[in-house]
Write a protein that binds this ligand. Structure first.
Ligand code: F6P
Length: 551
């Protein structure tokens, strides 16, 4: 569906600008002091997740105007278009139907008039059978030993989602199988993985929607060679190599037996593909029932996103808060701070999800935007970040809204570790909100024994402005269903922002140029000729590479 009018000329945009001018100097501390129900007022529950968004620079009027903006941008219509399979990825003329992969309703989903649900269900059945055979040792390696290791070879969306969910659900892993993720085109990465493995007990899954991604194919070729060099025969390859791809022809050409290829479809974007057979390594690790629970959690979030009114819609609210900071406060980044060791790769997954989706400066209609779009996503696991980059969050000149993400119960409840972890999380968002005034700093220094004169000099260093916004997402425990809902929440937040900004969140033309240039540079690096045809810097660096090969 076409994008609706000019964003910056819309009525609600102008009202939000005026509203911002009146609100920007107010402190959240005062709002909390004046309103004992602020937590309840700005709080949502959906699909097993809770969102406390009370620590944001918002009033009820802010939210009313933001929701008005969403209506003006016809957000509900855009959401319907996505779920109904309209070709919303207009530059590639494709729908974005990752939601069909977790559609537990009996609603058909049509692509070109054809219901895609039977094929999806059939693929899940194939995954189930495959997992069953591997996990029950029915499918064994060429020496008849059971598999102990699975190497998933893929990059970008064919890597980050499964890696995140595998990490998040580590307590559910089958202890007899270890899953390794090989993504980077770096001899050190593949060496470090393979050196610990036995080819006779290693299964490879080549994960590539296009089956033409340079890094994945190179790594896959190298793994194949390693297998052949270390005891395996050509005739054993079918037992050890499987693939997930929408390009069956290329996968077969590579040497994968057709019956070992799981399908992908062009209506699933790479960064939204965890829910497809790209989730196979995860399903092997946690079992198909847990994988289904993950899908179910995502489905619950889908239903919420599709049907909840905008003002109670968790992904929409998070999207609108992001728009509020990016477009009115001029903020250009957003921090993801999971307080759960198992969720430590969440920032990396969300970097791809958000920045590859909304890192765009042209609308889906091809017009240059006159406003900022997707922010820089960064972050890290708590409490490590507190002893590193949180300094900037508290006192830096940049302000970065934060999402604190926290299970209330641990899978490993030893001693009072979890209470300590939670206390760190809560005190960080509290400190960001409250800050420390100059008077408080002076009082504190005097109480610690400093003279008033000295305290006055030192106090400015200790002032923390506070008034820095954060969301807290919390839930009882990191279970498959919850993790499914959490990932889907961010998918929909990002999609809703793309719809508000009018960009196409489902293509990624920006990454193509580097890929195109890469081949020419590789050719130059491997030739003996001194390059002259690139820019001066690239010529110089290629020369340096050539000269340093013998060192
Ligand atoms: O880097 C671009 C990209 O196309 C991502 O969107 C995608 O997830 C990744 O490459 C891997 O692509 P493929 O699954 O086709 O190998």
């Amino acid at each position: 569906m076409a994008v609706t009018g000019s964003l910056t000329q819309s009525e609600s945009w102008k009202l939000l600008q005026q509203h911002y001018a009146g609100l920007k100097d107010q402190h959240m501390r005062d709002w909390f002091a004046a309103d004992p129900y602020r937590f309840e007022r700005f709080h949502l529950q959906a699909a097993g997740l809770n969102l406390d968004y009370s620590k944001n620079r918002i009033t009820e009027e802010t939210m009313r105007l933001l929701v008005q903006l969403a209506h003006e941008r016809e957000l509900p219509l855009h959401i319907d278009s996505m779920f109904s399979g309209e070709a919303i990825n207009r530059s590639e003329k494709r729908p974005a139907l990752h939601t069909a992969l977790r559609n537990f309703s009996d609603r058909p989903v049509l692509v070109n008039g054809q219901d895609i649900m039977p094929e999806i269900k059939d693929t899940v059945h194939r995954m189930e059978e495959f997992c069953w055979k591997i996990r029950r040792n029915q499918w064994r390696g060429y020496t008849n030993k059971a598999f102990t290791d699975v190497v998933s070879i893929g990059i970008g969306g064919s890597f980050l989602g499964p890696k995140l969910a595998s990490g998040a659900l580590k307590p559910y892993w089958d202890s007899r199988l270890t899953i390794h993720y090989l993504a980077n085109i770096d001899g050190s990465h593949i060496t470090e993985i393979l050196k610990r493995l036995d080819p006779a007990t290693t299964l490879f899954i080549i994960q590539s929607k296009s089956f033409s991604t340079q890094e994945t194919l190179k790594n896959a070729m190298a793994c194949r060679q390693w297998f052949l060099d270390n005891g395996g025969n050509e005739s054993d390859l079918a037992k050890h190599f499987t693939a997930v791809s929408s390009n069956v022809e290329k996968a077969v050409e590579f040497g994968i037996a057709e019956e070992n290829i799981f399908p992908m479809w062009d209506w699933v974007g790479g960064r939204y593909s965890l829910w497809s057979a790209i989730g196979l390594p995860l399903a092997l690790a946690i079992g198909i029932d847990n994988f289904r629970d993950l899908l179910r959690g995502a489905f619950e979030m889908d239903e919420h996103f599709r049907t909840a009114p905008l003002e109670q819609n968790m992904p929409v609210i998070m999207a609108l808060l992001g728009v509020w900071y990016v477009n009115f406060f001029g903020v250009n980044s957003h921090a993801i701070l999971p307080y759960d060791h198992y969720l430590r790769t969440l920032p990396a997954h969300l970097q791809q999800l958000d920045m590859e989706s909304n890192g765009k400066s042209v609308t889906a209609d091809g017009y240059q935007v006159d406003y900022q779009t997707g922010p820089i996503i960064w972050g890290g696991v708590g409490t490590n970040g507190q002893h590193a980059f949180h300094q900037l969050l508290h006192q830096g000149t940049h302000f970065s809204p934060c999402d604190f993400i926290m299970p209330m119960c641990s899978h490993n409840p030893i001693d009072n570790f979890h209470a300590m972890l939670v206390s760190n999380c809560l005190s960080q968002s509290q400190a960001l909100l409250q800050g420390k005034s100059e008077e408080e700093a002076i009082e504190e220094l005097i109480a610690a024994g400093m003279s008033k004169a000295e305290a006055i000099v030192l106090a400015p260093q200790k002032v923390i402005p506070g008034n820095r916004p954060s969301n807290t997402l919390y839930y009882p425990k990191s279970k498959p269903q919850t993790i499914g809902a959490l990932i889907a929440l961010y998918e929909h937040k990002v999609a809703a922002q793309g719809m508000l900004w009018g960009v196409n969140s489902f293509d990624q033309w920006g990454v193509e140029l580097g890929k195109q240039l890469g081949n020419k540079v590789l050719e130059a690096l491997e030739s003996q000729r001194i390059p002259q045809h690139f820019d001066g810097s690239t010529n110089g660096l290629v020369r340096a590479y050539q000269q340093m090969q013998d060192m």
